[in-house]
Each structure stands twice: as C-alpha cells, then as structure tokens.
Design a protein around this ligand. Structure first.
Ligand SMILES: [Zn+2]
Length: 270
C-alpha cells in the first residue's frame, strides 16, 4: 500500500497552515515595503526604477526572518480566511487521517454476486474480471510447465476477523507484529475479490513463505503477471511496512480495480 512516508504526509498536512501566515506576512511586508519605497522616493525621487529592486529585497527578507511560520499570527487568520487555496488540502488531510490502520488501508467487501470460482471445488473465488485473467495466466503458465496454485482468493471480513484476532491469540503476537503479516478485518485486499495468494504446485512447501520467491512459479509471475494485469501488492521494503509477500498478487486490469488500489494512494502524494 505503497504509500508515503510519515514525513511527506505531514508536509502535505502542514502546507495550508504555513500558507495562511505567509499570506499575512506578505500583507505585512507590503506595508513595510511601502514605507521603504516611500522613503526611497524621498531620498531619490528621480530614480523610480530602483524602487522595484528595493521592494523585492524587502519582500525576501521578512520571509527568511520568520522563524515560526507554522504557528504564528492566529490573529491574522480571520483576515485571510477567504483564501481559496485553503480548502482542498484540508480534504486531503481528512482522507489521510481516516484511512490507515496499522499500515493497512480499508477495503469494501465485494458483493457475492460478482464472485466467480477459480477452482474446481468452488472454494476459491475472485471477482469476475480478475478470475478470467487469472485463469488465462494459469493456462499460459501451465503451457510452460509452471503450476500456479490458488491458495486464497476472496476473503470475507468475518473470515479475516478470525485470521487476525484468533491466530494472533494462538501465536501470542502483539497487535503491531500481527499487522505486519496479516491485515485487520476490513483492511485486507482479499475483501475486494481482486487479490490472490499463489503457490507453486511443484513446490507446495513454499506456500505462503518468503521462500516462494525462489520458485519457478514466482520467477514466471515476475516476468509475465503484468501481461494479465496482476502485480505484487507487498514487494520487499514496501513503504506500508507490510512484510514481503511474494505470493500475494492483485488484479489492476480495469477501472474499478485500479481505483480500488490507487485512488487513496494518489491523495497521499498530494
Ligand atoms: Zn494474500
């Protein structure tokens, strides 16, 4: 979930705050500049062109001289509140604060009517568009002797609830450790019907293990998954702080899936 480091988010958050005082500073500066310009006129009434350079210098100066840009002049804010630049960044801030939990982003559960089975026993399902592409991909891999085995596709929020809380208890994991390897209920990409955990049918011992990256199936996926609009959700050292999951792939091959996974992230970068 490919996201943005805290520092960047905070920068975006503070932007509007620093803008407002800056506006008021400019207001203040223009008064100071006016005084200087006036005195320049008094001193050198015949050289109007110099006035611009004088006032430019004065504008630059106070900007550097304001040490606490972020806090000051709360009293100036009411004067400048009509500023149209303040509104959009505040919306961004709101979104950022709402959406993360322990590094994970919230996802809606796909309606059951949009799910299609991708295994003969019907136990593993994906959203229709993802299911079709996965099966095409599986067939292409099979033609090269690679067995892409579906391990887990769609998961309901209640199934995820068990995986997060009960397994956490069984393993006596603390919350943040659990969140590195499992999404809390409501925050799993598997709720969308676009995510699938894939194993190598020739090396099942590597299922759901980082060792999966050493299999022929993983190498094949690395080279070919993009042809079917699948991508790795949690590559090594991902900025979400989620453990590397070479087995977990997501479909991003139509508008809805793309928006599902990228819309929130784009907001974070603003
Ligand atoms: Zn997964």
């Amino acid at each position: 979930m490919d996201d943005i480091p805290e520092a960047v988010r905070e920068k975006a958050t503070y932007k509007p705050a620093s803008r407002l005082p800056f506006g008021s500073i400019v207001g203040g500066v223009s008064l100071g500049a006016l005084a200087l310009v006036t005195s320049a006129f008094l001193l050198r009434p015949t050289a109007p062109n110099n006035n611009e350079s004088i006032s430019n210098q004065t504008v630059a100066k106070p900007e550097n001289n304001t040490p606490s840009n972020s806090e000051p002049s709360a009293t100036a804010i009411p004067d400048k509140s009509p500023s149209p630049t303040a509104a959009p960044p505040q919306q961004v801030k709101k979104t950022e604060e709402v959406d993360r939990l322990l590094g994970h982003l919230p996802y809606k559960e796909v309606p059951a009517s949009e799910l299609v089975a991708i295994t003969a026993d019907g136990n593993i399902k994906l959203r229709r568009a993802a299911a079709e592409k996965f099966q095409q991909m599986q067939a292409a891999a099979a033609a090269e002797g690679i067995i892409l085995t579906p391990i887990s596709g769609f998961r309901s929020i209640s199934e995820q609830d068990y995986l997060f809380f009960r397994v956490k208890e069984q393993r006596a994991q603390d919350t943040s450790k659990r969140a590195e390897v499992s999404a809390p209920p409501g925050y799993s990409e598997h709720h969308t019907g676009y995510a699938i955990d894939v194993g190598d049918g020739n090396v099942p011992a590597t299922n759901l293990s980082p060792d999966f990256e050493n299999t022929a199936a993983f190498r094949w996926l690395e080279q070919n998954a993009a042809r079917y609009s699948f991508e790795l959700s949690f590559p090594r050292d991902n900025s979400q702080g989620i453990s590397y999951e070479p087995w977990h792939w997501r479909f991003v091959g139509d508008r809805h899936s793309l928006e599902t996974f990228y819309r929130v992230r784009n907001l974070k970068q603003n």
